[in-house]
Design a protein around this ligand. Structure first.
Ligand SMILES: O=C(O)CCC(=O)C(=O)O
Length: 304
């Protein structure tokens, strides 16, 4: 009997085709028809605090910084205040990521979120009408094994259009060796990217990450001294590794949106109207709390 003819060799897979197939077939919560998800560039011609080329850099890279916001003694005061907040959360049995959405109850956080220097920078990127709708300390303790999987913030936020800029304000010095945030510059221009579940062993603080992120560009980390901040787009791909050092790495993220942004899930309820106008009075305004009351349930807006 004649042996059956050998099957034609499979055409060699093109890695780019593979990536496109993976992207196309992945379960995704990234694309949502309710979200107008396209990067909205800042206007370099209208920049007042940033130089026009810094606005251009934000438009092309999706992140700019570092910016020195607090001097050494103010940075120390920020850290001391955060240490006290963390101690009270830990006394309630909570972990170092639990301080999420407490700007309505903690003057320390409210003051950080309304820092005029940061608002000046943000204004040049999203315009003069600014609300801060979320705040979250990402605090990696020494030796903390948690990662933050590669993600785009906008995926997790029921907000449209994608016009939120995050200030990542360093409470501690932050760099690659203590799990500093990494970004893929330019990735904000890909629009929403599909995500897949992360296996448990990745110890991902989020539960999933962007598929094929490693094909989208080379990761970069902007080292920050305590008191400095970066500003990043809600479509920028970013994440972080475990803290393999003995140095704590804490940063406060403040989410600033143009007041014209809308939510389809009532995420307008815990904001600070920071600057300019909110003509429709859409965003609630939390006035400055008298002191720090780090108690009660977290408002889990934007836990990523
Ligand atoms: O601080 C980190 O490691 C991640 C921060 C982050 O995911 C964010 O700013 O959205």
């Amino acid at each position: 009997m004649n042996p059956s003819p050998a099957p034609d060799p499979q055409p060699k897979a093109d890695p780019e085709d593979d990536l496109l197939t993976i992207l196309r077939d992945s379960p995704s919560i990234a694309a949502d028809s309710r979200r107008q998800a396209a990067f909205i560039p800042g206007d370099p011609a209208r920049a007042r605090s940033l130089r026009p080329e810094q606005v251009e850099a934000f438009n092309t890279q999706g992140i700019i910084g570092p910016f020195a916001v607090y001097d050494a003694s103010q940075a120390l005061a920020n850290r001391t205040a955060f240490d006290a907040l963390l101690a009270s959360f830990r006394a309630q049995g909570k972990d170092s990521y639990a301080i999420n959405g407490f700007h309505d109850r903690c003057a320390t956080i409210w003051d950080l979120a309304t820092n005029p220097r940061i608002l000046d920078l943000v204004e040049d990127l999203i315009g003069p009408d600014i609300v801060a709708w979320g705040t979250h300390f990402f605090c990696k303790m020494p030796g903390d094994g948690k990662t933050v999987g590669w993600h785009q913030d906008a995926t997790y936020w029921p907000l449209t259009p994608t016009r939120t800029v995050t200030a990542w304000i360093a409470i501690d010095d932050s760099d690659l060796s203590n799990g500093g945030m990494q970004v893929v510059p330019g990735s904000h221009r890909h629009g929403p990217l599909p995500v897949v579940r992360s296996p448990p062993e990745t110890n991902n603080l989020l539960w999933e990450q962007v598929v094929g992120w490693e094909h989208l560009g080379k990761p970069a980390c902007i080292p920050l001294r305590a008191g400095e901040c970066t500003l990043h787009s809600d479509l920028l791909l970013h994440g972080s590794e475990p803290n393999r050092s003995q140095r704590r790495r804490c940063g406060l993220t403040v989410r600033y949106a143009a007041a014209s942004v809308r939510s389809w899930k009532d995420w307008n309820g815990n904001a600070i109207r920071c600057r300019g106008e909110d003509r429709a009075s859409y965003w609630t305004h939390n006035p400055r709390p008298a002191d720090d009351r780090p108690f009660g349930a977290p408002v889990m807006f934007g836990s990523n």
